[in-house]
Design a protein around this ligand. Structure first.
Ligand code: M6R
Length: 614
């Protein structure tokens, strides 16, 4: 949701914090701010708008040089995106400055209590309650760490808090509950941040913080405790990507770069997960075979794009394992009192590993006794940590808010998981699994072939740039592709775009088609004739209403040629794997159309990369 960084060390803290915020800006970008401690005083600057506004402010009125700083880039929850509501929030006595990610659910009650005691608030945020409360505890005990623990004990909800105290220019105190926080371990300097991207140019050594923990960093020490003061040891790990991976490397947008990274990313997802004979080896998924054989239901939980990956996965997993598989929006799951138990396997899918809706769904599932396997891209994130096992997608950092390589690598991981379950449960013979593994192995090269035809997709985006409504239809695994194609266009082009199950169109939505409405149709490969022919009939239905039909079909499928206003050819693959190819033109189309319309593709309005509030 928001991006947070804190730095103590010999470098110019303002520069380190601003560089870190640039890398975190994808997490929230409606306002930003920075606070520094110098000679027993706190200095700060904050601005509504993108980070560039804060950079302009600092260029006009530089802050003094400091070696301790915190910064924040915001996605507003409580209080609009104004200068005053931007973080950091200083206490009235200007003794502490706090940045915060999350939502403090009992902020109104705490604010009332503080106001009764005479505290005057400057902003409408829940965060200012934390800073005022922290200052009050600090006045009482004289120690920022103790004050932080006491404050955390009073807060309900989700929060990462990072604080500095004017009296201690070499110390930063941070705490987390249900919200991400990672420590960057340098030499003679240390960092805290929402994610490793913030400090990756300085160090690749990171420490995960557990739930309800407080960390104190100085240039030479990192001390972790729980909220009761018991010392804890965080898991230290080395980040397996570098600063260059988080740069645009010549592309105009991160999203476009990430689209073109997909063949490599999918290859990395598959790497080392099967032997030469095509036998799957998911050793990291350390749940016993007996337990996996006993499973009688699979429930996939995810949000947004990851949910659509889950919809595709359901077809593959059910088909290969013959275990009933449900897929559910994480945000809805626990409210329907779902039937899960020790024989249920939950599969959660999350690029960031921090999505609050998904995290809460996991907790609910585990409380009912279910086992949880996370498919995740972010090593050490909360969701994999709270799951029984994890299959990392290894896509590298995804910075563009609209997920692209996140989706295709999630699909690859889901296919691996499905085949592995089939292997363990014996519902597929070894040679059948090996054949699918061969097909999966061939996917990166086929994806590259689709990406190589980007120019024709870009031309289409220019042709259709004046349209305000777009429809996407598909059946079977083509249906989630249609939903994902529509989501991409909504997110970054701000256009009305809807995805439908092709067979459902005639039950109502077909009424919205008017002459020349662009309708993208995902046509399945010809292997399953019924499925293919039904979609060809659906094409004719929309065509008869005057729609402009943009057909995605496998090369050589002549049956669609007479009905296609535009034909986008895809390499031939099995039906179940086609989404990995069919989504690529739709991603490129949305990226180009949003560019033509002059939108900020990487930071679309109202959105944030990682949604850490429910
Ligand atoms: O990090 P996650 O995969 O858990 O995120 C889930 C959704 O918030 C995410 O996919 C969102 O829908 C993207 N902006 C889609 O492009």
């Amino acid at each position: 949701m928001c991006g947070i960084i804190g730095y103590v060390g010999p470098m110019d803290a303002a520069r380190v914090v601003m560089d870190g915020l640039r890398r975190l800006e994808y997490r929230g970008y409606d306002s930003s701010g920075i606070a520094l401690g110098v000679d027993g005083r706190l200095y700060f600057a904050k601005r509504a708008g993108k980070l560039a506004k804060l950079a302009e402010l600092l260029a006009d009125s530089p802050l003094p040089v400091s070696h301790q700083g915190i910064g924040h880039t915001r996605w507003a929850t409580h209080g609009g995106p104004t200068d005053t509501n931007a973080h950091p929030h200083l206490s009235s006595d200007e003794q502490v400055a706090v940045v915060h990610n999350g939502i403090i659910e009992n902020f109104a009650e705490l604010r009332e209590q503080l106001e009764t005691d005479g505290v005057v608030f400057a902003s409408q945020t829940d965060t200012e309650v934390a800073s005022q409360w922290l200052a009050r505890e600090l006045r009482a005990c004289g120690d920022l760490v103790q004050a932080m623990r006491a404050t955390c004990g009073r807060l309900k909800g989700a929060f990462t808090l990072v604080a500095i105290d004017a009296a201690h220019p070499d110390t930063i105190v941070a705490a987390r509950r249900n919200s991400p926080l990672v420590v960057g371990v340098g030499e003679g300097e240390n960092f805290v941040a929402s994610d490793v991207a913030a400090f990756i140019e300085h160090t690749r050594e990171a420490i995960e913080l557990g739930q309800d923990q407080v960390v104190v960093i100085t240039p030479s020490t990192v001390v972790i405790t729980d909220f009761d003061g018991n010392v804890k040891k965080g898991r230290q790990y080395r980040v397996d990507w570098d600063a260059k991976s988080a740069e645009k490397t010549g592309y105009d947008w991160f999203m476009r770069k990430e689209i073109f990274e997909q063949p490599r990313a999918v290859a990395d997802t598959l790497l080392g997960r099967f032997d030469a004979a095509g036998h799957l080896m998911l050793d990291e998924v350390n749940i016993g075979d007996d337990e996996l054989r006993a499973i009688d239901k699979i429930v996939i939980l995810a949000a947004g794009t990851a949910f659509y990956a889950g919809m595709v996965a359901r077809y593959a997993i059910e088909h290969w394992t013959r275990v009933p598989c449900e897929v559910e929006l994480a945000s809805e799951f626990r409210y329907r009192d779902p039937i899960v138990g020790p024989r249920t396997l939950c599969v959660t899918i999350s690029q960031s590993g921090e999505t609050a809706d998904t995290l809460m769904a996991i907790r609910h599932a585990r409380a009912q006794g279910a086992r949880v396997i996370a498919i995740c891209n972010t090593v050490g994130a909360t969701i994999p940590r709270e799951s029984d096992a994890v299959l990392y997608t290894r896509a590298g950092p995804e910075i563009g808010v609209a997920s692209t390589k996140g989706f295709t690598t999630q699909l690859a991981a889901c296919y691996l998981l499905g085949l592995w379950l089939a292997q363990v449960r014996g519902t597929k013979f070894g040679d059948e699994v090996a054949d699918m593994v061969d097909e999966l192995n061939a996917m990166p090269a086929l994806m590259q072939q689709v990406l190589d035809r980007a120019e024709s997709i870009y031309r289409l985006a220019h042709d259709l740039a004046a349209n305000k409504d777009f429809l996407f239809i598909g059946r079977h695994v083509g249906y989630p592709v249609a939903l994902e194609g529509a989501l991409k266009l909504k997110e970054i082009a701000y256009l009305h775009a809807e995805g439908f199950a092709a067979g459902e169109l005639k039950h109502g939505p077909i009424a919205i088609i008017s002459p020349a409405t662009p309708v993208f149709v995902i046509v399945p490969p010809r292997g399953r004739d019924q499925l293919h022919d039904k979609v060809v009939s659906n094409i004719q239905e929309v065509r008869a209403r005057g729609a402009r039909v943009l057909v995605l079909a496998e090369a050589g499928d002549e049956s669609v040629v007479p009905f296609a206003s535009t034909l986008i050819q895809l390499p031939s693959v099995s039906t179940l794997l086609q989404p990995m190819l069919a989504i690529l033109p739709l991603q490129m189309f949305a990226c180009e159309l949003a560019t033509v319309l002059g939108h900020d593709v990487d930071q679309p309005r109202n959105l944030a990369k990682s949604v850490t509030v429910e």
